[in-house]
Design a protein around this ligand. Sequence first.
Ligand code: COA
Length: 211
Amino acid sequence: MERWPRGRSVEGVFRPTLPLETPRLVLRPFTIEDYDDAFGYHCRADVVRYLYWEPPTPEEFREVLARRAGRTTLDREGDGLNLAVVPRDVDRVIGDVTLFWCSEQHRQGEIGFVFHPAFQDRGYAFEASQAMLRLGFQDLCLHRIAGRLDSRNTSSAHLLERLGMRREAHLVENEHVKGEWVDEVVYGLLDRDWAAAQSPEYLHRRGTMPP
Ligand SMILES: CC(C)(COP(=O)(O)OP(=O)(O)OC[C@H]1O[C@@H](n2cnc3c(N)ncnc32)[C@H](O)[C@@H]1OP(=O)(O)O)[C@@H](O)C(=O)NCCC(=O)NCCS
């Protein structure tokens, strides 16, 4: 039986209830006031090393942020919902997570994440990504959510594996990025596997609790 996504209005636009809340984090739409915080990590060479772009100029980033600010819906496939991650005890943006709606027909999505190095290795990216997976599976009713990365990006691969994703493919030199051929790795998680992993027994075994 086909499920109708929660938060989906009659004209087909997906409007999630925001902000998303986890034990330590608030995930909310960006505003232009977040410029200093967000540029503070997006401008770093170590942060964008395995992304498709070079650090943006201040002007370029202002335009990026202006496009993202206030974006609270997924209107059609191909759109991405990019949320600012704010720890409750820090009161500044320390990273962002994105859920892309890749295909309506095939109910496919993709997640992405970028965090300030000063706030990595604390499980914040994991906690924020769990909330985005829940949004994708539970509310948008996706069947599969993918994660794609440069094969050298071990932090990203580690995070996707901790989220329960399956390493599905290693594509050899399928992309030419920043002047070199690079391998891409694809991870995926199915809705049924995600649902099974939400059971109390499974969470107890892994030593993780849901946000
Ligand atoms: C990819 C990226 C988001 C991963 O961030 P991260 O901080 O390493 O990820 P996590 O939030 O899962 O934190 C990882 C560590 O925090 C630990 N941790 C500490 N406190 C924790 C807590 N309270 N709860 C859960 N984990 C905790 C975890 O155990 C884990 O340690 P381990 O590696 O020894 O297992 C980050 O490296 C990044 O922003 N990179 C630059 C941008 C980028 O490449 N993005 C991905 C593009 S594909």
